[in-house]
Ligand binder design. Sequence first.
Ligand code: PLP
Length: 412
Amino acid sequence: MATISAVSTQKEAVSNQEEQPQKTFLPLQVAKRLEKFKTTIFTQMSMLAIKHEAINLGQGFPNFDGPEFVKEAAIQAIKEGKNQYARGYGVPDLNSAVAARFRKDTGLMVDPEKEVTVTSGCTEAIAATMLGLINPGDEVILFAPFYDSYEATLSMAGAKIKSMTLRPPDFSVPIDELKSVISKNTRAILINTPHNPTGKMFSREELNVIASLCIENDVLVFTDEVYDKLAFEADHISMASLPDMYERTITLNSLGKTFSLTGWKIGWAIAPPHLTWGVRQAHSFLTFATSTPMQWAAATALRAPESYYEELKRDYMAKKAILVEGLKAVGFVVYPSSGTYFVVVDHTPFGLENDVAFCEYLIKEVGVVAIPTSVFYLNPEDGKNLVRFTFCKDDDTLRSAVERMKAKLRRR
Ligand SMILES: Cc1ncc(COP(=O)(O)O)c(C=O)c1O
């Protein structure tokens, strides 16, 4: 895999702190199941960005703050002494708020006590799902490009990963390939809609085909919907809401993207009781419970009026327009993004050999950070022409990044 090694990244960190006495490190150690995963690309790019004072359109965290009413609710919860361990599967108020939002969004009524598990971000919900429901050797289907924690947590669970590639320009599901790969040996399929990094939203037709194949082969669906409220060009469709699918679906979500509070790490998994059991067993021994005051505040957040979500969408559509128009003017081939706060482009007009080389050039010579997408594939070659930019930044930052690229990037 084309990555900068963890060792060289560590050296850079050390050389940035010159007043520290020089230390010698022993060779890095890691268990075999995680050996192939290097320092995540987000850490590598963010460190390079700091070194070169580059504008960070790489990692997907907003450079603006979450809403006051949610921050106030957290302060209030802390002051009221809601500071000890929470109930393992979530403070009751949050479980109820998650269930209520799910009902509003999907029409499905779930029991907050038996079907909602609160976790430390969606990342923990993903890990608890894999570790709680996948046995070593189980086959799991992924669509590449995929969010990087899927492969790592599936490796921890000992799964056999089968990946199929969503290809530009529309990143549609390769239905025939899926039909040939899915079988009675498949334990689960993982989908992510709206999709990081491409911004693709799975269409109703695609979801229907996946659903009927899952029913036919008795396959579970793990569906990561953290960007459900950032659906711009189409309505978000939850797999769980399709006929006969709830009983085999685990819906994963979190607060971070929708409320610009990515550092709070409050997430959840919604599933029928027989599947929630596995998720909760893993969750109990991963973290047991997550931050109590933040859970209370998250419950307040989820009760936000519709106008909050409408405004969020309006703001993000304006940001997307700034970035997309800017990238087109710079000379990129920009692929349509229907949801999320990401957009994927083809960098090849600029003549660099691959996505990692392009992103390093972009940081060092232009002063802008993007994320190489090859790290989101089992076969990195599939992503070598594509890089991802995010528009979850204030408008001035987006405009400055575009200006830098206009001034310094030349087609070759
Ligand atoms: C598709 C996807 N799933 C999950 C996560 C992680 O969510 P959380 O911060 O709630 O752990 C991210 C964050 O970037 C993501 O893009």
